[in-house]
Design a protein around this ligand. Structure first.
Ligand code: C5P
Length: 345
C-alpha cells in the first residue's frame, strides 16, 4: 500500500510538466534498477499521459473548427423573431460546463455523492484564497467569450480565425514572462511568420463593392478586428495564468474547472444584465434559441473541457499551434460551403 502510494507520488512528480522545461512531460529517470515494477508503472502512466496529450490536441482542432463555423452561421442566419443573445449563450455554456465537471468529479469519486460533496467543500469552500485565484482568469475569459461574438458578428469565419492566431504570440510572450519558459530561434521565427500572415490577411483590397458598402464593411471590420485583438491579449494571459495554477498544484483539473466556471457564471450573469438586461426582461433569457444556438453552447462548453485537459497535459503554446490547424479547415469550409470568404492574391 505504502509502496503503491510512493509509486503514485513519484509518477505524478515525474509526469507533472515542468514549466521551466517548456512544459514537456519527460519519462521518469530510472535510478533504482531493482524497482522494475515501479518503473513499468511509471512508463505506462507516461504513455497514458502522452496519449491524452495528443488525443486532446486532436479533439481541440475539431472543436475549434466546428465552434467557429457554427457560431458564425448562428450570428448571420436570417430568421423571423429575435436573434439569440450572445451574453445568454455565454452563461448557458458556463452552466453546462459546471454540470459536466461535477459529473466528472463524481465519477472520480466512484459515484459517491458524499465523497464528492466533501471534496468540493474542502477544495472550494474551505480554501477561499485558492478559489479566489480563479476569479482572475474567469473574469478575463468571460470578457473574451463576449468579444468573440462581437468579432464573429463583424468578420467572416476565415479572417477571424487567422487574426485570432495572434494569440499564439501573446501566449508565447506571457509564457516567457510568467512561466520563465525559453523559446528557440525557430519558435520565435515561426511566430514572426504568423504575424506576417495576419497582416497580409488584413491588407485592404480594391475589388470590394460600391463605396457605401465599403465604408460600412470597413467600419464593422474595424470593430471586429479590435474585438479579436483584445481577445488575443486576454487569451494569452488567462491561458498562461490557468496553466500556472494547474501545474503548480495537484488538484484535479475538473475541480479547478468548477471553480473557474462558478466565477464565469457570476461574471456572465453580470454581463448579461448590464448589456442585455432590458431585452432579457422583455423576451426572456432564452429568446431566439434554436438547434444551432444549442449546438454553439454545447461546443463552447466542450471547448472549455478540452482546453483544460490540453493545458494540463501539454501547454498553451502547443494548444495555440493545434488550433491554428483549424484555420485551414475553417477556410476551406468558409469558401466552399458558407461561401462567405473570397480569397485574393
Ligand atoms: O481562444 P482560447 O484558447 O483562449 O479560448 C479559451 C476558451 O476556453 C474560452 O472560451 C474559455 O472560456 C474556455 N476555457 C474554459 N475552461 C478552461 C479554460 C478555458 O472554459 N479551463
Amino acid at each position: 500500500m505504502l509502496q503503491s502510494a510512493n509509486v503514485r507520488e513519484k509518477t505524478e512528480e515525474c509526469l507533472s510538466p515542468n514549466p521551466q522545461d517548456g512544459g514537456v512531460i519527460r519519462p521518469p529517470p530510472l535510478t533504482s534498477p531493482d524497482s522494475q515494477e515501479e518503473a513499468s508503472t511509471m512508463v505506462a502512466s507516461s504513455t497514458h499521459s502522452s496519449r491524452l496529450k495528443y488525443m486532446s490536441l486532436g479533439v481541440l482542432v475539431l472543436q475549434t473548427t466546428s465552434l467557429v463555423l457554427t457560431m458564425r452561421y448562428s450570428r448571420t442566419l436570417k430568421e423571423d423573431g429575435p436573434r439569440y443573445l450572445a451574453s445568454s449563450a455565454v452563461v448557458s455554456a458556463e452552466v453546462l460546463k459546471i454540470l459536466t465537471c461535477t459529473l466528472l468529479v463524481l465519477s472520480e469519486n466512484n459515484f459517491s455523492l458524499r465523497a464528492m460533496n466533501q471534496l468540493l467543500k474542502e477544495e472550494i469552500v474551505n480554501k477561499p484564497v485558492e478559489t479566489m485565484k480563479l476569479a482572475v482568469p474567469a473574469g478575463i475569459y468571460t470578457l473574451q467569450n463576449n468579444l468573440l461574438y462581437v468579432a464573429l458578428s463583424n468578420l467572416d469565419a476565415a479572417t477571424y480565425q487567422v487574426t485570432y492566431q495572434l494569440k499564439i504570440l501573446t501566449t508565447a510572450l506571457f509564457s516567457v514572462s510568467m512561466l520563465g519558459r525559453k523559446l528557440g530561434i525557430y519558435q520565435w521565427l515561426s511566430l514572426l511568420f504568423l504575424m506576417a500572415g495576419v497582416t497580409l490577411v488584413q491588407w485592404p483590397t480594391e475589388s470590394e463593392g460600391d463605396t457605401e458598402q465599403k465604408v460600412l464593411s470597413a467600419g464593422s471590420q474595424f470593430v471586429g478586428v479590435m474585438a479579436v485583438l483584445m481577445a488575443c491579449v486576454s487569451s494569452g494571459f488567462a491561458g498562461v495564468y490557468f496553466e500556472k495554477i494547474l501545474k503548480e498544484t495537484k488538484q484535479s483539473v475538473w475541480v479547478r474547472n468548477i471553480q473557474l466556471g462558478l466565477f464565469g457564471f457570476v461574471f456572465g450573469i453580470l454581463g448579461m444584465v448590464i448589456y442585455d438586461g432590458q431585452r432579457v426582461r422583455d423576451l426572456g433569457m432564452f429568446q431566439g434559441y434554436n438547434t444551432i444556438t444549442c449546438t454553439v453552447v454545447v461546443l463552447q462548453a466542450l471547448g472549455g473541457l478540452v482546453i483544460a485537459v490540453v493545458i494540463k497535459y501539454a501547454d498553451n503554446i502547443l494548444k495555440g499551434f493545434a488550433t491554428s490547424l483549424s484555420i485551414i479547415v475553417s477556410t476551406l469550409i468558409s469558401y466552399f460551403l458558407l461561401q462567405d470568404f473570397n480569397p485574393t492574391g
